[in-house]
Design a protein around this ligand. Structure first.
Ligand SMILES: NC(=O)c1ccc[n+]([C@@H]2O[C@H](COP(=O)([O-])OP(=O)(O)OC[C@H]3O[C@@H](n4cnc5c(N)ncnc54)[C@H](O)[C@@H]3O)[C@@H](O)[C@H]2O)c1
Length: 369
């Protein structure tokens, strides 16, 4: 079988993660790393040497000259549709970073190109490769939780103010007239929403998406603390409550509640407690690039195919079209650490309560809610 030829667009930022993932596979001969493209100067160190790797600043030239089997795309979201479409038209399969696209119109365009070209799109929602996720779905399907009524996610992280200076689109609602997907819900916690939608059975949502977004920094135009809630067409209520202004860390706690039992999954670490268990069990993960290669070579099912992120894209569209979030009053904030972090007092408890009880912030007894 021919060694898969892989190219990467977007070499710095999250592209570094992909380069670190590709490097051992390249060294072992499992893949051929045929080209790297970035419009900026490419960062290099000993763990990810460029050593003879063809480097491009134009992805069309790279596609033409390297003819990859798979193109990994880790560029900012507004560039995803043109780059992924060009790659598929070139005959390549695509590993497309999340969010695949910013709205349902772009989703439809990408989906049509995928169908027309007969290529594959794996979306970089890596937590869907979790074996804990599969064990939980298996438990649900075996009836161990009864009928599922709700799925809630709580995430409480800290981001230094410098986080919003990491790239030209950081903290922005719009760049050059295009809505960009930053903000806690749209970016770092995108996985929380996708994971909740998938755990609730991958059903579309029914009715409106209720949304409350707040920001604790005047300098940003996006949410750093937010909650959304909706019910899916199978009657499961989904609540996703997150903050990057949390005092206490909550990695990403998912509470799945059924008529006969509850389960807890930490989606970032693959730890799971099923009904009747008292201690969290640690599970492994299938890497989504390996899964895409196995799909190409042996027909193994794609874990995070484009179709699976359609509902997520609807949620993202709703979030991106929301106005600039309400600014929280200074009296509710604290500054911590040397590399200044803004803490919203009580946000860690609030996201936990919201996720457990299916509540919006405005329905909790919060001074800033
Ligand atoms: N799966 C995850 O957990 C995860 C984590 C972080 C980021 N991401 C996703 O990865 C993507 C990239 O995010 P980022 O924070 O690294 O962004 P970024 O702004 O740092 O850009 C990444 C790189 O793409 C390059 N680039 C931009 N436009 C380009 C173009 N037209 N052609 C070639 N290169 C181009 C930039 O120069 C940069 O080096 C986003 O979709 C983001 O949501 C995913």
């Amino acid at each position: 079988m021919e060694t898969p030829r892989i190219a990467l667009v977007g070499a710095n930022g999250y592209g570094l993660h992909h380069r670190r993932n590709l490097e051992p596979r390249r060294r072992s001969g499992e893949i051929a790393f045929v080209g790297l493209c970035d419009t900026a100067e490419i960062y290099e160190d000993d763990t990810i040497p460029l050593a003879g790797l063809p480097v491009y600043d134009d992805y069309l030239t790279m596609l033409d000259e390297t003819d990859p089997h798979v193109v990994v795309i880790a560029t900012p979201p507004p560039t995803h549709l043109p780059i992924a479409s060009a790659a598929m038209r070139n005959g390549s399969d695509v590993y497309l970073e999340k969010p695949p696209v910013a709205n349902l119109e772009e989703y439809a365009a990408l989906y049509s190109t995928m169908v027309e070209t007969g290529r594959n799109v794996q979306v970089g929602f890596q937590a869907l490769g979790s074996h804990a996720f599969n064990a939980l779905r298996d438990a649900v399907e075996a009836g161990r939780l009864g009928e599922i009524t709700s799925v809630g996610v709580a995430g409480s992280w800290r981001r230094p103010d410098a986080y919003y200076r990491r790239s030209p689109w950081a903290g922005k609602r719009e760049v050059d007239g295009t809505l960009v997907a930053d903000g806690a819900l749209a970016n770092p916690f995108a996985h929380a929403s996708q994971q909740a939608i998938a755990l609730a059975g991958d059903w579309p949502l029914a009715g409106p998406i209720e949304l409350e977004r707040l920001r604790c920094r005047e300098s940003i135009e996006v949410d750093d603390t937010a909650v959304w809630r909706a019910t899916n067409k199978n009657g499961v209520r989904i609540t996703v409550a997150v903050t990057v202004c949390g005092d206490r860390k909550l990695e990403g706690d998912i509470y799945v509640r059924g008529t006969e039992g509850e389960a807890w999954l930490e989606y970032t670490t693959d730890r799971l407690i099923l009904p009747g268990e008292t201690e969290a069990k640690q599970y492994g993960r299938t890497d989504l690039l390996d899964n895409l290669l196995a799909h190409r070579q042996r027909g193994i099912g794609l874990i995070s195919g484009l179709r699976r992120s359609k509902t997520f894209t609807g949620v993202l569209e709703r979030v991106l079209n929301d106005p600039v979030p309400r600014l929280v009053g200074e009296e509710h904030l604290e500054r911590a650490e040397d590399d200044t972090v803004t803490i919203l007092k009580g946000a860690d408890r609030a996201v936990e309560e919201a996720a457990k009880g299916g509540r919006l912030f405005s329905e909790l007894d919060l001074p800033w809610g």
